[in-house]
Design a protein around this ligand. Structure first.
Ligand SMILES: Cc1cc2nc3c(=O)[nH]c(=O)nc-3n(C[C@H](O)[C@H](O)[C@H](O)COP(=O)(O)O)c2cc1C
Ligand SMILES: Nc1ncnc2c1ncn2[C@@H]1O[C@H](COP(=O)(O)OP(=O)(O)O)[C@@H](O)[C@H]1O
Length: 296
């Protein structure tokens, strides 16, 4: 097997900064196999349980995005308490050496190993004579570097434009369509409902313009969508859901189908209406706005 160029990180969101790191790896070692080393679950959930951030990508989405960004191999280290106690040297011996790296790239400020004792300098020392180690300056999308935590904060604040700019792609929420309260079709706007796992980040409650892609089934493909994130306050709901109405259709069969919901633009916040009739009038207006936003 050819020698590798390795990038290491959590890569949650696979945002512009992560993609920049992968591009640098490709440019600096064009002949080498590009390997992304990452972790699952998120190390913070093991080291400081309960303090882990809400995730922008689940593991399968993250791997798919890393491959799209040029990774030819994705190595997922199962992060356990035992792994959290590895010294920097153990991490290098167990994870990096077997990949036969010619160069390793990490973001500036990267730390690894027990109590985050390893720095890019430690890595350089441990790999002396084996591989070059580059600590790459963090890519700046604007005044500050793109980071998963900035993106999470922007999403939570309803600032989808900033989140999407830092991601370098529309924010996307994936899941399996579940049965809801069967109310959507009564209102003339059936919605494919996705549950929001506790572990995942989701944009602030509100109405968004976007796209729904069904990965399989009779309606496979990408469809324009009016998206609602929230608890359906009009109906005193409690469970937070991502719901997408495919615009102009009432005939889709999406139950049990894996879908990707892409968020293109923020439209408005959630409102508690006094009844279904007022809500339906508003949804009609939303759909008209969303058609314009999407240019359909
Ligand atoms: C474009 C759009 C806008 C919506 N706006 C609101 C809203 O402002 N307030 C609210 O309580 N629910 C809103 N909803 C969510 C509806 O309450 C929900 O889709 C409906 O109750 C159907 O739920 P079901 O899929 O579980 O049957 C909106 C849904 C869509 C598609
Ligand atoms: N245009 C559409 N957009 C979304 N789902 C649709 C559409 N047309 C039909 N459906 C189907 O209807 C279901 C949603 O209908 P709805 O009455 O809102 O039920 P539920 O409350 O179970 O979500 C979806 O899961 C999907 O299978």
């Amino acid at each position: 097997m050819s020698r590798s160029v390795v990038v290491i990180g959590n890569f949650d969101g696979v945002h512009t900064g992560h993609r920049w790191l992968l591009e640098q790896a490709r440019l600096r070692e064009p002949g080498a196999r590009l390997v992304a080393v990452t972790f699952w679950p998120h190390p913070v959930s093991v080291v400081r349980p309960g303090r882990e951030p809400k995730l922008l990508t689940d593991p399968s989405q993250r791997e798919r995005l890393l491959r799209e960004a040029g990774a030819e191999q994705v190595v997922v280290v199962s992060f356990t308490t035992e792994v959290s106690r590895w010294s920097p040297a153990e991490f290098v011996d167990r994870v990096l050496r077997p990949l036969d790296p010619v160069r390793v790239l990490v973001g500036e400020g990267f730390t690894f190993g027990h109590r985050a004792a390893g720095t890019p300098d430690t890595l350089r020392e441990l790999l002396r004579g084996v591989a070059e180690v580059d600590a790459v300056a963090l890519h700046r999308a604007d005044e500050a570097p793109a980071s998963s935590s900035r993106i999470r904060a922007a999403l939570a604040a309803g600032d989808l434009a900033t989140a999407n700019a830092l991601l370098g792609r529309p924010y996307c929420f994936s899941g399996t369509v579940v049965v809801g309260d069967q109310r959507g079709r009564q209102m003339g706007f059936p919605t494919a409902n996705l549950l929001v796992p506790e572990s995942m980040a989701v944009p602030a409650d509100g109405i968004y313009a976007g796209w729904l892609t069904a990965r399989s089934g009779p309606d496979a493909g990408r469809h324009p969508a009016a998206i609602s994130v929230g608890t359906n306050p009009t109906f005193d709901g409690v469970q937070r859901r991502v719901e997408a109405n495919v615009i102009g259709r009432t005939d889709l069969q999406l139950y049990g189908v894996e879908v990707d919901v892409e968020f293109t633009a923020w439209v408005r916040g959630q409102v508690r209406y006094t009844g279904m009739d007022d809500l339906v009038v508003q949804i009609r207006a939303d759909v008209a706005t969303i058609r314009e936003v999407l240019g359909i």
